[in-house]
Write a protein that binds this ligand. Structure first.
Ligand code: IPM
Ligand code: MG
Length: 355
């Protein structure tokens, strides 16, 4: 099996280092046969190769079973036009590898209730799974662009969805809901948007194939409020690219830190053996980059997701997740969750739990 790491910018490399120590453990202690290669993405790739993702790096990604991604972006590249920015490396991987289903779990750890942005009472028991559509919508819709001159400039983005794009991500979400508490919320703005109407219609048409799942449609604005007021009403939430981006960050506020949240971007394929790109949903956090303060939990949990969805090793995924839970319960915490541990010390604590 082949793992490609793309550490990227900011805190990406430092959290990746801890995830790679877990890979070493998987090889040594569990006999996992896996090779690891590394390539550049984002700002570092712009600096070294003049593009956010070289064709060679893309080809490596296309040939890997799983891609572990760090983070991209930072103040140095902020002035670049959109099409030349570090983020384009990530967007190209998602789009050209067909990684349309973005799984973003968000679980409140019982030991971290006090760090939730919500009252402990509201946050207790939160166990969400966002299924964000990742290769369509306003992120990629054409036409787009800017035209004109001040004071008459104009900018255009297009939100476009086809029935097939909605249906395939809905099937993923229904399938996941069947294996959880069988509640699925489908989130859009059907009251305002054409794509929202199509989204609602297509999801409704698929629902009868999953009779055990209770489907609820919800407008995205209401969903944002409900997530704050009563997050435990939700289990699986399927939504489009943009709403999924917003609502999954909101989930970071519920859980207490984006530094805890992993994600998986999956294409079509055999469950458990689908090629995927795994990334912590925190960004490059330039303010703390290089200081050894970043929380490596999201990166390590992303590796666990890779074991589950791409590498056919669900038991190893559970083992890592349980070790992370115990390490956090035991007080291994970086500053974002109220502790004073360094990145490396949290890595140490997780490895100690793995034994
Ligand atoms: C995310 C990020 C990305 C996105 C950025 C880095 C392009 O915010 O994965 O949530 O907007 O999808
Ligand atoms: Mg985001």
């Amino acid at each position: 099996m082949k793992l490609l790491t793309l550490p990227g910018d900011g805190i990406g490399p430092e959290v990746m280092r801890e995830a790679l120590r877990v890979v070493d453990w998987l090889r040594a202690a569990r006999g996992l046969a896996i090779t690891v290669a590394e390539a550049d993405v984002g700002g570092i790739s712009i600096d070294c190769h003049g593009t956010p993702l070289t064709d060679a790096a893309f080809a490596e990604a296309a040939g890997a079973d799983a891609i572990l991604f760090g983070a991209v972006g930072g103040p140095k590249w902020e002035g670049l036009p959109r099409a030349a920015r570090p983020e384009q490396g990530l967007l190209r991987l998602r789009r050209e590898l067909g990684l349309f289903a973005n799984l973003r779990p968000a679980t409140v750890h019982p030991a971290l209730l006090d760090h939730s942005g919500l009252t402990a009472e509201r946050a207790r028991g939160v166990d969400l799974l966002f299924v964000r559509e990742l290769t369509g919508g306003v992120y990629f819709g054409e036409p787009r662009g800017q035209s004109g001159h001040p004071p008459e400039r104009r900018a255009l983005d297009s939100q476009v969805y086809t029935e097939a794009e909605i249906a395939r991500v809905a099937h993923v979400a229904f399938g996941l809901a069947e294996r959880r508490t069988r509640r699925l919320h489908s989130v859009e703005k059907a009251n305002v948007m054409e794509t929202g109407q199509l989204w609602r219609a297509v999801v409704s048409e698929i629902a009868p194939k999953y009779p055990d799942v209770t489907l609820t449609h919800m407008f995205a604005d209401n969903c944002a409020m409900q997530l704050v007021l009563r997050p435990t009403q939700f289990d699986v939430i399927v939504t489009d690219n943009l709403f999924g981006d917003l609502l999954s960050d909101l989930a970071g506020g519920i859980v207490g830190s984006l530094g805890l949240l992993p994600s998986a971007a999956l294409g079509a394929g055999e469950p458990g053996r689908t090629r995927g790109l795994y990334e912590p949903i925190h960004g490059s956090a330039p303010d703390i980059a290089g200081q050894g303060k970043a929380n490596p939990v999201a990166a390590i949990l992303s590796l666990a997701m890779a074991l589950r969805h791409s590498l056919g090793e669900p038991a190893l995924a559970l083992e890592i997740e349980a070790a992370v839970d115990r390490a956090i319960a035991g007080g291994a915490r970086t500053a974002d969750i109220g502790g004073s541990h360094a990145t490396r010390q949290v890595g140490d604590a997780i490895l100690a739990q793995l034994g």
